[in-house]
Ligand binder design. Structure first.
Ligand code: PLP
Length: 351
């Protein structure tokens, strides 16, 4: 039997006797020790937190389950959000599971194919708008103000509450907090949530240290790094293609209080890390997720010494979400051959 994050961490979540402890199996994701990459770069204790193993394939499920449970508790029968993908997929899944009507406002041409396919399959009501994510967010806020619909975007504080459970799990798995955590940054809710989670467990003695948080934005979508919003954010990593993060200030606080950094990695660095973790670890993550690994590789290149440290890279979503990026990888060996052993053997020994 699955329990889910509401049941497992209810003492730390906004749960009362009227909150339904719904779950479709979110949380309790694997913390996998690196088999090759860690040795290659001199980090002996490198772990990957596989958030792509959540029910809809991204960490968004942790926050969504709390937001939807609270919506039901408040008596809503309808939820809505604006999203470039994973939030939509997650809202649609929990909406379907709980018999709620789910409305998604999606910026046209900005959504990875796998994510849209999920929202459609879960039966959500989808409106594509000819505008940016920020335009979509404005519309959905007005929609929820006007009608009796619960907004489940990341400005809903229950999302952050649910997402902090990933930090709890890391501490429960390792027996303490890691020395450093690497994480992609888009709307900056997740880095905010991890810091909240690490601090809460530290404060009650469940961990003896607080980790250094290192957040990575994409170079073409790096408002926090630049110190100014980006009007037209551009990156291959659609999940972090955000020009004006909702949780900007709290991400800066997480960075400063943890003595970490929020820095940028290029699309080339992201795609290179995306391929490395698939090829060397057997872990296929979203391009956005690979920003965490790209950040670690960059720090090591710049001389950071993590040889004696325990490091966790958060891999936020599953690689199958974005088949178009995956299909651009040049295959190691692939061709068409006659359907006979001889010609295939010949082709394989050549490569
Ligand atoms: C949402 C998302 C991010 C960015 O997280 P924020 O909380 O917006 O910073 C990164 N990767 C994936 C796969 C996501 O779905």
């Amino acid at each position: 039997m699955i329990s889910g994050v509401l049941e497992r961490y209810k003492d730390f979540l906004p749960v009362n006797s009227n909150t339904p402890l719904i779950s479709i199996g979110e949380g309790d994701t694997p913390l996998v020790k690196s088999s090759h990459l860690g040795n290659k770069i001199g980090c002996r204790s490198l772990f990957f937190k596989l958030e792509g193993c959540n029910p809809t394939g991204s960490f968004k499920d942790r926050g969504m389950v709390v937001a939807v449970a609270k919506a039901i508790e408040k008596g809503f029968d309808s939820i809505a959000c604006a999203s470039t993908g994973n939030t939509s997929a997650s809202a649609a899944a929990y909406g379907a599971h709980c018999g709620l009507r789910t409305t998604l406002i999606v910026p046209k041409g900005n959504v990875a194919r796998g994510k849209l396919a999920q929202a459609v399959a879960y039966g959500a009501h989808i409106a594509m708008v000819d505008g940016s994510f920020d335009d979509a967010l404005e519309i959905v806020q007005e929609l929820c103000d006007k009608h009796s619909i619960e907004l489940v975007n990341s400005i809903n504080p229950n999302r952050i509450e649910g997402q902090k459970t990933a930090a709890f799990e890391i501490i429960d798995d390792l027996g303490d907090a890691p020395d450093a955590l690497f994480i992609p940054v888009g709307n900056a809710g997740n880095i905010t949530a991890y810091w909240k989670g690490f601090k809460e467990f530290f404060d009650i003695g469940r961990s003896s240290i607080l980790p250094v948080l290192n957040g990575y934005q994409a170079l073409g979508a790096a408002p926090i790094v630049n110190g100014a919003p980006v009007a037209d954010p551009k990156t291959v990593a659609s999940a972090i293609r955000i020009g004006n993060p909702a949780s900007w200030q709290s991400a800066v606080r997480a960075r400063d209080e943890s003595n970490g950094v929020i820095a940028a990695v290029s699309d080339e660095e992201i795609l290179s890390a995306y391929r490395l973790v698939a090829e060397y670890e057997g872990i296929f993550c979203e391009p956005a997720s690979a920003a965490s690994i790209a950040g670690l590789l960059k720090q090591v290149e710049d001389g950071a010494d993590y040889s004696e440290k325990i490091i966790v890279c958060v891999l936020t979503g599953n690689g199958l979400k974005d088949p178009d990026v995956a299909n651009e990888i040049v295959p190691a060996s692939l061709g068409e051959y006659k359907a006979e052993l001889g010609s295939v053997e010949q082709a394989l020994t050549k490569s």
